[in-house]
Write a protein that binds this ligand. Structure first.
Ligand SMILES: NC(=O)C1=CN([C@@H]2O[C@H](COP(=O)(O)OP(=O)(O)OC[C@H]3O[C@@H](n4cnc5c(N)ncnc54)[C@H](O)[C@@H]3O)[C@@H](O)[C@H]2O)C=CC1
Ligand SMILES: CC(=O)[C@](C)(O)C(=O)O
Ligand SMILES: [Mg+2]
Ligand SMILES: [Mg+2]
Length: 352
């Protein structure tokens, strides 16, 4: 592993130079990688592995939309696409990519096919860390590890096609064969990771649940809504409020942050903006930090995982979830956003 300096802290990480694709192909040459589930991560990871020359098969419920998608994506029924049990039987490495809640339901079936020397792969620390809630306890004679891409499976695939890579964490929970390290790193490279950083199952799930409820999704929607509502209540138009809250951030400023950091984005804004942003950021940090503390606590005590499991197990949960997502979609801010997106020159059809 390469020892690199991250802001003054040394960390061991695995880079693609150090562990090239050719090495991953060699390590996995005798394996059959069975990707179980073809939702969001499933397609990204299975297709990237396929394009990277790995012997990958998909296991998915027949007569489902995801089955049809796998066929459209080039997986061949009876050759590289099977129902779940058949794939579990054929696979030497089982990539367990059902939704975290569905993993609980299917676990007895998966366990049955975990014969000595196979490997069980996750993309989340959820099932193992919260095993008192999930009942997922693997047999001792299989390898158990994770590669958790830090982003959507959609981005994992898109970035792969662009010749880029999405960073992932990796962790080994159980090394039964003595080969867990090379197996997990090879998989991490094969699924299209940028660089790989080490974690453990608990840290992965604690940070991931915090991140998605926090700055990545929950918090960002919360602060967008707060600023938008204030601007609207003071008489600003939807167009002005949306541009000043979301569009400018995603189209202009965040790409600058992605490219060269926050200070560089600041440096490319007016001195007036810089003065104000430097004065105000700590106030926002102090206002939200107690919420992040509360959030982390809720994750660490198992409250968040239990809530997710309980709600997901309700028979009408899908419909309720769709209704909540629709409420978000129908809110003024995101309806205004739809119009704004349609007005981006690249989205406009050329008029005669
Ligand atoms: N969505 C993402 O991009 C990310 C997901 N992950 C992790 O990857 C894993 C997979 O997540 P997603 O791809 O989001 O899953 P998903 O919610 O898209 O579901 C995956 C598959 O599960 C199947 N499924 C659902 N219920 C089932 C059942 N009862 N029996 C059989 N099949 C069933 C669906 O048909 C679908 O093909 C999870 O552990 C998740 O935390 C990690 C990083 C990002
Ligand atoms: C995309 C990702 O990594 C998330 C937000 O943690 C998830 O989908 O669970
Ligand atoms: Mg997550
Ligand atoms: Mg995540």
């Amino acid at each position: 592993m390469a020892k690199l300096n991250f802001g003054g802290v040394e960390e061991n990480v695995v880079t693609r130079e150090e562990f090239p694709l050719s090495k991953a192909q060699e390590v996995l040459s005798k394996e059959t990688v069975a990707v179980i589930g073809y939702g969001v991560q499933g397609p990204g990871q299975a297709l990237n592995q396929k394009d990277n020359g790995i012997n990958v098969i998909v296991g998915q419920r027949k007569n489902s939309k995801s089955w049809d998608k796998a066929v459209r994506d080039g997986f061949v029924p009876g050759e590289t696409l099977f129902d779940i049990e058949e794939a579990l039987e054929k696979g030497t490495i089982i990539c367990y990519l059902l939704s975290d809640a569905a993993q609980i339901e299917l676990w007895p079936t998966v366990k049955k096919h975990l014969t000595a020397g196979k490997a069980l792969y996750f993309s989340h620390g959820f099932g193992i860390t919260f095993n008192e809630q999930t009942g997922i306890v693997p047999p001792a004679d299989v390898d158990v590890f994770l590669v958790a891409p830090k982003g959507s499976g959609t981005s994992l695939r898109r970035m792969f096609l662009e010749g880029r890579g999405l960073n992932s964490s990796f962790a080994i929970f159980q090394d039964a064969t003595g080969k867990a390290w090379e197996r997990v790193i090879a998989l991490g490279i094969a699924v299209g990771s940028g660089y790989l950083f080490e974690t453990d199952f608990k840290k992965e799930v604690f940070s991931d649940l915090t991140g998605e409820r926090g700055t990545l999704m929950g918090c960002i929607q919360g602060i967008f809504a707060a600023q938008y509502e204030v601007l609207r209540s003071k008489g600003h138009t939807p167009s002005e409020a949306f541009n000043e809250t979301v569009e400018e951030l995603t189209q202009s400023l965040m790409p600058l942050v992605a490219e060269n950091g926050m200070d560089w984005m600041y440096a490319n804004c007016s001195t007036t903006a810089q003065r104000g942003a430097l004065d105000w950021w700590k106030k926002f940090r102090d206002a939200t930090k107690p919420v992040f503390e509360e959030l982390y606590e809720s994750v660490a005590t198992g409250k968040e995982s239990q809530r997710s499991i309980d709600l997901n197990s309700q028979p009408d949960y899908r419909e309720k979830l769709d209704a909540e997502l629709k409420e978000l979609r129908d809110s003024e801010i995101w309806q205004a956003g739809k119009t704004v997106r349609g007005l981006r020159p690249e989205n406009q059809t050329v008029e005669a």
